[in-house]
Write a new protein. Sequence first.
Length: 213
Amino acid sequence: MKENFCPPSVALYALKSSRGEPGILHKLREETDKLPEAGMMISPLQAHFLSFLIQWGRVKTVLEIGTFTGYSSLAMALALPEEGMCVTLDKDEEWARIAKKYWEVAGVSHKISLHLGLAHKTLETLKGPFDMAFVDADKQRYGIYYEFALKLVRPGGLLVFDNTLRYGTVVDESNQEETPRSLRGFNAQLRDDKRIEPLLLPLADGLTLGIKR
Ligand SMILES: C[S@@+](CC[C@H](N)C(=O)[O-])C[C@H]1O[C@@H](n2cnc3c(N)ncnc32)[C@H](O)[C@@H]1O
């Protein structure tokens, strides 16, 4: 289980003390774990947190950037009300096949709309407003996704970005590799942007929340 800032046993205890991982999500995780790219999937505790936010905030519409095998989309769709909708964007058709299979079995396909293609192109065609956006795709484009999310999410809505601590590498200013460098700039941009109220949580690989003013 991926929990970068918390020992795995503590993360597991936290998850179990929060009702655990629904069976269908567990099965999808097990299938995804067989892929070399499995580390891209959000952790069960993060999935539970997204589900919690959706229920607490009475979220009905979610924009997701980065579907992969559909784990986070499934977690969010399960939390959405019957009339809710998660619009999810990815460029990879192969992984989407796994996602669709599990959405079907879970009985939430009618709450998920998958758009295949380059996300920044798809985003130009979408109309809001969404209650929430969850961004978990190519980190170098987070700045672009942020502007789209700000445009598409309603005032008072929530923006969520995954991997904003990048295994802690953002902390080391001498690390000038492309991803930590661009995320460092992104984190500073959100901190100083008066259009949102930001909060960076050291959950898993760093999860930044922003309330759109
Ligand atoms: C970290 S994974 C998403 C994980 C997913 N949220 C989950 O928890 O299971 C990132 C995904 O973004 C997709 N992606 C990366 N760059 C993209 C782009 N420019 N346009 C659309 N999708 C992209 C990849 O194909 C990959 O499936």
